[in-house]
Design a protein around this ligand. Structure first.
Ligand code: M6R
Length: 357
């Protein structure tokens, strides 16, 4: 139930820190280490490449999942939009494993790929919030999100839960392969939950940012580099689906190759910078758009902040910044939609699960 909340979406944004803690609990073994089911570990050890298939927000979580699996476990991973997979079927490796990421477990585009790759005899794993859902029943293995029912059409807590389960999978796989993991995942995810909570307590700030940057705009650009770019894709999807403001996530360096032509006086730009190695680059991009009149809102990670940044995120492990940086983007989208009087939990033209191809 919504309780005192005006919308499920806001309730679900606030539930993210407890969901991360719940996932830590559910995936902890008796030695207090995070692990996945041993059959799944065995299946993963046996593959030479992972193919992630998903749609919408779950696809955006898959992009971060690829980072985790490649950087932590060093297993080659590719991510595909489900509805495109069969047209652009890649050359598959010798021993692939398919991971389907789906909050509902009912997305028809993802199911079509599942059916197709099962026919080819490949192993499949579903990461879903709904036990007993179609994708869970039909795949060889399932990992659950434990996020509790997600009611709002705009997905929030499922996104961060998906990333958490993918991080645990990556760490477990690295350990099983005998590689050392240079951080304590339980501790780092705990810090992530605390940082998310801090941001959930800064709602007035997010409401003000929405007012300041988005109240009269018909469009908005989110820019970032590296993982920040992936989070920008999610931030822009949130904003467009509930506020109907046309929004795009862009790789900072790609702007000058065309999109910068769209920048006019007061065009809102939300720029994310959470990684040392991209900080200078993205700040350069911000200067380029400001010089063309943009109204830039810079969101940076503690340690990288500069005087005019609009919001500074609590510091977490570099790899885990997406958990934290997405929270203000979810809240900014929420308040922008609320200020416009939109139907936040049930945006026009959308259904919670898309069961047609
Ligand atoms: O249930 P699924 O995760 O498979 O759903 C996939 C997309 O339809 C879903 O993430 C959609 O993009 C959301 N409305 C985004 O907020």
């Amino acid at each position: 139930e919504k309780g005192t909340y005006e919308h499920y979406m806001l309730k679900e944004i606030d539930e993210q820190p407890p969901v991360i803690r719940k996932i830590i609990q559910e995936y902890s073994n008796d030695k207090n280490e995070l692990e996945i089911d041993s059959d799944i570990r065995q299946a993963l050890l046996d593959v030479d490449r992972i193919y992630i298939i998903a749609a919408g927000t779950s696809y955006n979580a898959g992009l971060i999942g690829k980072e985790f699996i490649e950087k932590i476990a060093r297993v080659h991973t590719e991510v595909f939009v489900a509805s495109e997979f069969s047209y652009n079927m890649p050359l598959l490796s010798q021993k692939p494993l398919f991971i389907f990421i789906s909050q509902s477990g009912e997305t028809a585009d993802s199911r079509a790929v599942l059916v197709q790759v099962k026919e080819l005899g490949y192993k499949t794993l579903t990461i879903t919030n709904v036990p007993g859902s179609t994708l869970s029943r039909e795949a060889d293995y399932t990992l659950l999100l434990h996020a509790g029912p997600e009611i709002a059409v705009a997905s929030t807590k499922a996104y961060t839960a998906q990333m958490a389960v993918l991080a645990i999978l990556a760490v477990d796989l690295a350990r099983a392969k005998g590689s050392s993991v240079p951080f304590d995942v339980t501790q780092e995810l705990g810090l992530v939950a605390n940082a998310m909570e801090t941001l959930c307590n800064e709602k007035e700030e997010m409401e003000q940012i929405a007012e300041e940057y988005l109240s009269v705009s018909r469009n908005c650009f989110f820019i970032g580099r590296a993982v920040d770019y992936y989070v920008c894709l999610e931030g822009s999807l949130k904003l467009k689906e509930i506020s109907y403001i046309q929004a795009e996530g862009f790789a900072g360096g790609e702007l000058k190759h065309g999109t910068i032509a769209l920048i006019e006086n007061r065009t809102p730009i939300i720029a994310l910078t959470t990684q040392q190695h991209v900080n200078l680059g993205i700040r350069g991009n911000v200067q380029e758009v400001i010089a063309r009149g943009a109204n830039a809102c810079i969101i940076s990670m503690e340690g990288l902040e500069q005087i005019n940044d609009r919001l500074v995120l609590p510091h977490v492990l570099d790899l885990f910044t997406p958990f934290v940086s997405v929270v203000p983007l979810q809240l900014i989208a929420y308040y922008a939609a609320r200020q416009r009087g939109c139907d936040i939990d049930k945006p026009r033209n959308l259904a919670k699960s898309v069961t047609v191809e």
